[in-house]
Structures are given as structure tokens and as C-alpha cells.
Design a protein around this ligand. Structure first.
Ligand code: TXA
Ligand code: MG
Length: 343
């Protein structure tokens, strides 16, 4: 069977404990055990899952996404013993697991030999996460194996926050998408290297550097070329990008400057306050999308990837997004926006 020969089934799953939920999970678990890919909701973004202990199954993830082989995957677990089979937990890892698992935190730890090279891109470490979404946890349990899963988008595109986004990128390439509705967080998990005394923040997310510092006494940032604090391999690639050009504007004044340099009015994806200022400057309301209330960073995180995808389907050539202060969740939002805006 070639990779593109699937009729992709989408099954809505609201309550994993219901009879319909159980049937869907049994079907999905059987597919995972048979070495197929299943897309599923997590609290962060949708994942594209395969049996993490089956190298041939995991290879299908890279093919379906067009993902570079040197970008390792996260292994998703649903219990600490399952995690211990894959990785050597350090005292720091135990502290963080106790506080933040299940949840949007991925920990990079020394790997055990059972983990196939294709999962870790042959690194000496493996990234592990215990998701809190009930469907994700139930799928791992039903599969009886850890599930390797990146975000379920074509490599380089905005991560999927709804089942429909997954279908846009994966239709015909995978047998099943579990539809758990819109995700809660909207940005991928915080990734930390926990091999040392303090966490090293490899990818910012919902669990913030400030929270990690409070719990662990410090939170280090990776330095390029530093073997002690390596960056996550995936962070070097262009990411989160719609087909149009994305511009990052500090405020309404900067957004206006950018608009002035373009032949056509761009699409503005901004807060309510900035939207009001743009309207006052005479910009057409049809070009302005209010995504969030000023200061409501959780809401911004939740909707930004969907807004970038919508801009795609409307063939928007130029998109202006609003910058936010780089602290707390704002650090994760800005990390994604800067990548989306990279040329
Ligand atoms: O929220 C999430 O983390 C979602 C959901 C599905 O769980 N998954 C996700 O996976 O975002 P992905 O593959 O899109 O991003 C994983 C990131 C990449 O930047 C990758 O380079 C990094 O984690 N990573 C994975 N294994 C690593 C390792 N052993 N060492 C350093 N970085 C690693
Ligand atoms: Mg991704």
C-alpha cells in the first residue's frame, strides 16, 4: 500500500468513557499497534501518533509530514512506569513530573536502548511528555505502548488546533483522525532539558520560564554551539508559517507603517485595542481581525495558529500580527510569531 492510499476517517470523540468513545479508542489503539498513524487531540495541539517502539511505524510520521530526519520526536506516555521504560529520570525530572504531569511539559532525558533511533534522531536523549487531554491519555492506554507524536501538520505549516486543520494536511495520508474539538492551549508544550541541576528551556510554552524558575530555583536558556545547553533540533527550522508573508508589528503605529509600505492593505490579526486604533486611522474593517482582548495572552495563544491557517485559505498575501511582551506565555507566543514571520 502506498502512503497516499488511505481514506481518512474522522471520528468525533467527546467522552472517552462512553460506549462510542471506547469503540473509537479500541479502533485507534488497534491501528497504532498495527504500525499505522493516528492523529489525536492533546491539550496543546493535535498530534500525529505512531507506536514509539516500532521504528517502521515512526518512519511513516516523517514521510507524512515531510519532516527532516534530524528532528527528533516526543514520546507520549500515560504513566510514570511507561516513562521509566524510555528514559532515565533525574531528580530534577521527578520534581517537574510531580508538579506538571500530566500536562504541557516535555522533558529531555537520557534515553534507554529500547527507544528506536528514528524517534530520537540518534541523540543520546529522548523527549517525553504525559499529556493531560483525556483522549490522548486514553489513546496511549488503549494502544498499550508509548506514542511518538509531533504536531499533526505538514512540516513548516502552523500546528493544528482543530481536527479540520489535521484533515487539511493529512487527508489521504493517514487512516484515522480522532476529533476532540478545539484544543485548550493552542501552542506546543514547553520543552526542557532536565539532565542537569536546572531546567534548560529548549522551547517556550504554556509552562513558563518564570514558573520553572520558581519551582527549580533557576531556568537556563540554551546557547547556540554549547554542548551543555543544546537547542532543540527542531527550533532551527522555519515553522508555523502560512503561505503569505507574515509581519510582526509592535503596536498599531508599527502596523500602520508596515501597511504603508505594501501595495495592498494587509490582513491585520490584532487585539481589540489595536483594532480600534487601526479603524480610527481609516483602515477598512474588512482587513482587521480582532483575535483577543488586550492582555489576554491565553486567548491569543489559543487562536493564533487557526487565524494563520484561515489567512491561508483566503489567499492572503500579507499578514500583520501583533507582538506581545516577551514574558510569561508571551515568550512562547513571540517564539512562534517570530518563526512565522521569518523569511
Ligand atoms: O505539545 C507538543 O509538544 C506537541 C503535542 C503533539 O504533544 N508535539 C510537538 O512535537 O510539538 P514537535 O515534533 O512538533 O516538536 C517537538 C520539539 C522539536 O523542537 C524537537 O526538536 C524537540 O521537541 N525535541 C524532541 N526530542 C528532542 C531531544 N531528544 N532533544 C532535544 N529536543 C528534542
Ligand atoms: Mg511541530
Amino acid at each position: 500500500m502506498t502512503m497516499n492510499s488511505f481514506t481518512t476517517q474522522i471520528i468525533a470523540i467527546n467522552d472517552p468513557a462512553s460506549a462510542a468513545g471506547q469503540a473509537a479508542l479500541a479502533q485507534a489503539g488497534a491501528l497504532i499497534r498495527a504500525g499505522h498513524l493516528v492523529a489525536f487531540p492533546t491539550e496543546t495541539v493535535y498530534g500525529l501518533g505512531a507506536d514509539a517502539l516500532n521504528a517502521a511505524a515512526v518512519a511513516k510520521i516523517f514521510a507524512a509530514k515531510g519532516r527532516p530526519a534530524d528532528n527528533p520526536l516526543i514520546a507520549h506516555i500515560c504513566s510514570l512506569p511507561m516513562g521509566e521504560r524510555l528514559a532515565e529520570f533525574t531528580p530534577l525530572a521527578r520534581l517537574l513530573a510531580e508538579r506538571y504531569w500530566p500536562g504541557p511539559l516535555t522533558m529531555v532525558m537520557p534515553r534507554r536502548p529500547i527507544v528506536p533511533d528514528v524517534v530520537t534522531a540518534s541523540l543520546g536523549t529522548v523527549a517525553v511528555r504525559w499529556p493531560s487531554h483525556p483522549v490522548a491519555a486514553a489513546l496511549i492506554a488503549a494502544s498499550g505502548t508509548p506514542i511518538a507524536a509531533p504536531s499533526a501538520n505538514t512540516s513548516g505549516r502552523p500546528s493544528p488546533t482543530r481536527a479540520g486543520h489535521v484533515a487539511e494536511d493529512m487527508s489521504g495520508k493517514i487512516p484515522l483522525i480522532l476529533d476532540g474539538g478545539a484544543v485548550d492551549i493552542g501552542l506546543e508544550s514547553t520543552v526542557v532539558d532536565v539532565r542537569g541541576q536546572y531546567p534548560v528551556l529548549l522551547r517556550p510554552g504554556k509552562i513558563t520560564a518564570e514558573q520553572l524558575t520558581e519551582l527549580c530555583g533557576n531556568c537556563l536558556l540554551p546557547r547556540p554551539g554549547d554542548a551543555q545547553r543544546p537547542a532543540a533540533p527542531g527550533m532551527k527550522y522555519r515553522h508555523y508559517a502560512p503561505r503569505g508573508q507574515v509581519y510582526l508589528a509592535e503596536d498599531a503605529a508599527a502596523a500602520l507603517l508596515i501597511a504603508g509600505r505594501l501595495a495592498e492593505t494587509p490582513l491585520f490579526l490584532v487585539s481589540d485595542r489595536t483594532a480600534e486604533q487601526l479603524l480610527n486611522q481609516g483602515l477598512p474593517a474588512s482587513r482587521i481581525k480582532t483575535l483577543f482582548h488586550t492582555g489576554d495572552l491565553s486567548r491569543y495563544a489559543q487562536v493564533i495558529f487557526a487565524a494563520l491557517r484561515d489567512a491561508d485559505s483566503e489567499n492572503e498575501a500579507n499578514i500583520v500580527v501583533e507582538a506581545v511582551p516577551e514574558q510569561g506565555l508571551g515568550r512562547a507566543i513571540m517564539n512562534r510569531l517570530k518563526k512565522a514571520a521569518a523569511k
